[in-house]
Design a protein around this ligand. Structure first.
Ligand SMILES: Cc1ncc(COP(=O)(O)O)c(C=O)c1O
Length: 380
């Protein structure tokens, strides 16, 4: 058996271990100075004014909806071509979920279709920066401003992304990031929310720690304070210092790792260029792509490649793969609750059946890319 090509492998260089050791040696393990320092450094990288470290991107999305005042039955728009949590958090709010299909070019929200459903009932839109691409954020802001619709960006895939040279954190009301094990930088599990709105972020910070008053955070300083007040029924969503220590080491390498993945992306495109009919995500010049995933649209009608056969061949060759995503409208909960039919979102529906995410990580070698490409030739 040939050596396994994993779907993802975190680029760990020893600095993560050094940082974690520093935290363990300090005997201060929960939220504290490391988390604060990580938030500050994250602001510097993204150009955001404020950042709050959290235990996931899901928490960032959830707290954004609460802090922005989304209420029962308010309409919140997102795409179905995303991970569970983007829509699950809308459900948790008892808001009214409205899916808008993605476009065929870069698989992000179709803004023409989104414009048609924007009405006074819509209170927020959650664009998903799929695989590291970015929709036209200037157009989205313009569309939303006139209708007073809030923008919460699901940037789980897109820590490095920019629109027109401006980092995504500079658009919308909040931007939500993931540091899950396979993300562009990782803390194992973790997330961050950024915004330019200080009062909103103060609310998010309070909500992330049980809704305890701001001065309760002094529990986490040497001065200490045993007394606090509960202002909101908050959550246990805070980031802790061991996570932040790993994140700080990862953040230092973020541009190097993106460059490495960008090279792998180019290698894949070149190596797979003789497979007729398959398609790749398009990137227009306004987009700085974060290169989170390498997704192939098998475009089955033209390429004649069967996804199940390709998956079998990849597995036989000890190569991991994934699918991002099976559209949420095809999953039992959403399908049954909203009575969705597969073709209600034709692009997401087709992509769900015809895309595959190939192994993609910074240290991937040319010979690995060649091994993956060989499987495509056998799958026709
Ligand atoms: C598009 C998208 N949004 C949100 C999330 C949730 O991120 P987390 O696991 O940090 O909550 C993910 C996770 O993979 C994702 O892919």
């Amino acid at each position: 058996m040939q050596k396994q090509i994993p779907f993802f492998r975190a680029f760990l260089t020893g600095d993560e271990l050094k940082n974690v050791k520093r935290v363990l040696d300090s005997h201060w393990l929960t939220t504290g100075i490391e988390t604060k320092a990580f938030e500050k450094e994250f602001c510097r990288f993204t150009g955001a004014k404020y950042a709050v470290g959290l235990n996931s991107c899901t928490a960032a999305l959830h707290l954004s909806l609460i802090a922005l005042g989304i209420k029962k039955d308010d309409v919140v728009i997102t795409t179905p071509f995303t991970f569970a949590s983007t829509a699950n958090v809308i459900e948790h709010m008892n808001a009214s979920l409205r899916f808008v299909d993605v476009n065929e070019d870069d698989f992000t929200i179709d803004l023409d279709k989104a414009e048609k459903v924007l009405s006074s009932k819509v209170k927020a839109v959650i664009p998903v920066h799929y695989a590291g691409s970015v929709c036209d954020l200037e157009r989205l802001e313009k569309m939303c401003k006139s209708k007073k619709v809030k923008i919460i960006q699901d940037s789980a895939h897109c820590i490095e992304g920019k629109w027109n040279g401006k980092h995504v954190s500079n658009y919308g009301d909040t931007t939500c990031y993931s540091f899950y094990a396979t993300k562009n930088i990782t803390t194992g599990e973790g997330g961050m929310v950024t915004s330019k709105n200080s009062s909103l972020m103060e609310k998010i910070r309070i909500l992330s720690l049980h809704g305890l008053s701001k001065n309760a955070w002094s529990r986490y300083s040497k001065k200490g304070n045993a007394f606090y007040q509960i202002i909101y029924p908050g959550f246990k969503y805070n980031m802790f210092d061991v996570q932040a220590a790993i994140g700080r080491a990862q953040l230092k390498k973020i541009s190097v790792m993106r460059k490495m993945r960008k090279k792998v992306d180019a290698l894949y495109r070149k190596t797979l260029s003789d497979i007729d009919g398959i398609r790749f995500q398009k990137t227009i010049k306004q987009v700085t792509h974060a290169h989170h995933l390498f997704v192939v649209d098998l475009n089955t009608r033209k390429s004649k490649i069967k996804r199940t056969k390709l998956m079998e061949i990849l597995s036989m060759n000890n190569i991991a793969y994934s699918v991002h995503f099976t559209s949420l409208h095809l999953h039992p909960y959403y399908k049954n609750k909203y009575k969705f039919k597969p073709n209600d979102f034709p692009v997401a529906n087709r992509l769900s059946r015809e895309i595959i995410s190939l192994p993609f990580f910074a240290e991937m070698q040319e010979e690995d890319v060649v091994r993956v490409a060989k499987c495509f030739k056998k799958a026709r």
